[in-house]
Write a protein of this length. Structure first.
Length: 134
């Protein structure tokens, strides 16, 4: 029997966002840099994807179609405690709010306003993937 090790899935990323353009753009960016990307447009599909796939990282929009992404992250962490979750948001949060998100289990907090290269760097850092040489 040929079992896959958990490490073989470290490059699999679940991207959760209700904005189709961002799912496409960020998904393409990650795929172009060697990641396998699974997408979900809402909380229900995100949980289904986690049940059906092994991933190394979740990139989660904080406000998904009016749903509470922090609550979704907490639920994910209950079922997958070692799974890193990157919170990705277009909303503005102060330092106290961001620290609270880390206390709830976030591995990283990234604003949608940052350049895509910053998001890619954060993904690579969380997953321990060496950056490509320029």
């Amino acid at each position: 029997m040929n079992e896959e090790s958990p490490e073989s899935h470290y490059r699999d990323v679940l991207l959760v966002d209700d904005e189709p353009k961002l799912l496409l753009l960020i998904g393409d960016l990650l795929r172009a840099n060697g990641f396998d990307v699974i997408t979900a447009p809402d909380a229900l599909r995100a949980m289904q994807q986690l049940d059906e796939n092994r991933v190394g990282l979740v990139i989660l929009d904080i406000n998904i179609a009016g749903e509470d992404g922090i609550r979704l992250m907490s639920f994910m962490k209950l079922n997958h405690p070692d799974l890193p979750v990157m919170l990705y948001t277009g909303l503005s949060h102060d330092e106290a709010q961001v620290q609270w998100m880390f206390a709830q289990g976030a591995a990283c907090y990234v604003s949608k306003a940052v350049p895509p290269s910053d998001l890619l760097s954060a993904v690579q850092q969380i997953l321990g993937v060496p950056k490509a040489k320029a």
